[in-house]
Write a protein that binds this ligand. Structure first.
Ligand code: ZN
Length: 455
């Protein structure tokens, strides 16, 4: 009997707890004392929707699930917030906003006369501007390429490419050298087809700097070529037919570009035999965003990824997950996994939050990101599919330099399905109907993309 009472009490405790009878639960900010460097932030969490909740005496709007997102302005220094409900629970948050100290950044651009010289190291990044930002990357170069350095700006060298072009490289990626003869000759080029690849080989007598542009198909530019401003090779493949490629130098100075051919498709099952890697964002110690009701992004990402995998298996695709458990996986391990498998398509699944500074904006819906232009048609197709099947708002197909989509050789996109910090979208994300609709939308998008690439 005693035991029975105990169980009864525990159950009722759970029941009341779930109904927040004892009060609200704040999931963001994650601590009661925090520093937030923004003119505003928000309180995200949940409370029994039948109760009332106040933040500094202002009534908080509770969604029918009890979820809330309440934006507040921040002054410089300490900001106190008293959060209380009508059941008498009261908690104080102190949010510190640092004073803006405007230190002018003086970086002088020096021109070197005469020029100095140096070799690239492994994975040296050529950039269009002297800033460490993802989207200004031109190309990642292998080691052993001699370059002429014509100046510096902050932590970057200004490097001359051929006669008329230049690019920027972080100083710590260059090994200075006394050598100064950098021009090379191109002897020959060949194109061969092997397995599912078209392979371009350019034979030179030394490793020359290059970059590959996807503007109108695949263009290859080689610089520091003897007696020419540059060497250009234009492939006849239009941009929307690109299906992933890699580039590297062999030891005997052959530049190799391997372009994967679009698959020959099965008319009734267009995804049959397509190799797809699904990457559930975050995991383990890395929670990702937390929704109003306390759902962790890493959990919903994994659930969606597992559902997508099982549906794609029905369609005959070869599907792999970068994690199938609640474990931490490094971003570069996710990329290596996909590259080693030779994946055709890479889809990273995430759910969204807003930055503090956008706390007062009403932003919702689905976002799809790509880095290489070759992935834009896939991003569009998946966006359309999700909008159509799950009825989400199109919040944009955007170019962004996320490590997982920038470094993977497959056609790669990153999805932000919905905003977990919006009470409405948080509720939807937890329903199987919505999850399944999102999955069907992604499948439709993949099918349309594969069918289009065949045309
Ligand atoms: Zn995420």
């Amino acid at each position: 009997m005693r035991r029975f009472i105990f169980i009864f009490l525990s159950l009722s405790f759970c029941f009341f707890y779930l109904n927040s009878a004892f009060g609200f639960n704040i999931v963001y900010p994650r601590k009661e004392k925090v520093t937030i460097n923004s003119p505003r932030t928000f309180f995200i969490g949940n409370e029994n929707p039948e109760k009332f909740l106040y933040i500094n005496n202002e009534k908080v709007e509770l969604y029918r699930t009890g979820g809330f997102k309440h934006s507040v302005e921040l002054d410089y220094g300490k900001n106190k917030f008293i959060i209380k409900n009508d059941a008498g629970k009261e908690v104080e948050y102190v949010i510190y906003r640092p004073e803006q100290v405007n230190v002018p950044i003086v970086v002088k651009r020096n021109v070197f006369t005469p020029s100095i010289y140096g070799y690239t190291t492994d994975k040296t990044i050529l950039r269009v501007s002297p800033v460490d930002r993802g989207l200004n990357r031109l190309q990642q170069l292998p080691s052993g390429i001699l370059l002429e350095i014509i100046g510096e700006y902050g932590d970057f060298y200004d490097v001359r490419l051929g006669r008329d072009d230049n690019a920027w490289i972080a100083k710590n990626q260059i090994i200075l050298s006394e050598e100064n003869d950098l021009s090379g000759e191109i002897f020959d080029k060949i194109i061969e087809e092997k397995d599912n690849k078209v392979i371009l080989k350019v034979f030179t007598d030394r490793k020359l700097p290059y970059y590959i542009s996807e503007n109108e198909g695949l263009d290859l530019y080689l610089f520091n070529v003897k007696n020419a401003p540059f060497y250009r090779y234009e492939d006849s493949l239009p941009q929307n037919k690109l299906f992933g490629y890699t580039s590297y130098y062999t030891e005997d100075n052959v530049l190799v570009i391997e372009m994967k051919k679009p698959p020959v498709i099965n008319k009734t099952k267009p995804l049959k035999n397509i190799k797809i890697v699904i990457d559930p964002g975050h995991g383990g110690k890395e929670t990702g965003t937390i929704g109003c009701l306390g759902t962790k992004e890493k959990e919903i990402n994994l659930l969606l990824a597992q559902k997508l995998k099982s549906r794609l298996n029905d369609e005959g695709a070869n599907v792999y997950l970068t994690r199938d458990d609640d474990e931490y996986v490094d971003l570069y391990d996710r990329v290596d996994f996909a590259n080693n498998l030779g994946a055709d398509i890479f889809i990273s699944i995430h759910n969204n939050a807003l930055s503090d500074s956008l706390a007062n904006k009403d932003i919702s819906g689905t976002e799809v990101y790509y880095f290489y232009p070759q992935a834009k048609p896939l991003a569009k197709a998946i966006m359309n599919g999700i909008n159509q099947f799950a009825n989400t708002k199109n919040n944009g197909i955007k170019g962004e330099s996320f490590a997982v989509i920038r470094n993977s050789n497959a056609v790669s996109v990153l999805l932000e399905v919905a905003y977990m910090i919006n009470p409405e979208e948080d509720e939807k994300l937890s329903t199987p109907e919505f999850q399944d609709a999102v999955i069907e939308g992604i499948i439709k998008g993949l099918e349309n993309y594969i069918n289009d690439i065949q045309k």
